[in-house]
Design a protein around this ligand. Sequence first.
Ligand SMILES: Nc1nc2c(c(=O)[nH]1)N[C@H]1C(S)=C(S)[C@@H](COP(=O)(O)O)O[C@H]1N2
Ligand SMILES: [Mo]
Length: 319
Amino acid sequence: MLIRKKRLGEVAASDITDYQTYLNRRQFLNGAAVAVSASMLPLSMAHAESEPVPTFKDLIKSQYSTEEKLNTFEEITTYNNFYEFATNKTYPAQMATKFPDKSKPWRVVIDGECDKPGEYDYDDLIRPFSLEERIYNFRCVEGWSMVIPWVGFPLADLIKRAQPNSRAKFVEFTTLYDPEQMPGQKRAVLDWPYTEGLRMDEAMNPLTLLSVGLYGQELLGQNGAPIRLVVPWKYGFKSIKSIVHIRFVESLPVSAWMKAGPKEYGFYSNVNPNVDHPRWSQSRERRIGEFLKRKTEMYNGYGEQVAHLYTGMDLTKNF
Ligand SMILES: Nc1nc2c(c(=O)[nH]1)N[C@H]1C(S)=C(S)[C@@H](COP(=O)(O)O)O[C@H]1N2
Ligand SMILES: [Mo]
């Protein structure tokens, strides 16, 4: 995949029209919804009631954005993976409508091998960081993919603020553990809470984001509100949702998926069409909304930005 390089700060007309076209179409659908009762509408249209409010304004498309066609807001918010709510793809949207509970503060702890650890309320955490780069990411997971206009900031910005020390080799992330809010955690499908990890250089790569929104509005529960990771050259499960803890560590963090299936889920999980999952081929993917499968690209098309991180490594061993 070609990533069109753009100078920072350059605003293309399409950056604005993507979202404006979307809003106009929503308005039209809302009009139609008055005539037909919501229960008669297909799921995607019934969604018209929860109209996105563009919370984030004056967003500028990042130089790393792809020009590929975006998936729709409906697709992105109704086809999800979020085991804390359900193990299928459609229930998280229905189960996470009240998540996270707005009456509870969302706290994020940053600690481990760093000079400036801290515990932040969500608003304080994100306030210092610019949200003006909207990155059109592209995830590819177990045969499906989407193109999503994430709103977020580079994880590197937060890492610099925390000032990791020389022992910090990896970053470990942890999702909220609260079975009352996340009923899936009452079942032992994974070793809760969900955890993930990145090597420090992966975490510092400018493509690695902390995302707080998509399509100009705050993240919905099913997409990992209020803050989640986005690592576009890795399989989807690396992009951990609803983060409450970021920790700098010396040794390789064992993620929830590595514990669940060490032969199937490695630490790196870079998108690689040449290395199959033990139970399925990873050479092709279905872009949600398309009928025919397309070829999966090495590093999900981001090789130019990330291949250097893995030079000299055997990618069949370090899967
Ligand atoms: N905490 C948590 N994070 C998670 C998951 C999960 O079950 N729990 N699923 C992962 C997987 S497998 C995928 S494919 C992506 C899906 O993100 P999306 O629903 O926003 O498309 O989230 C990832 N992050
Ligand atoms: Mo996934």
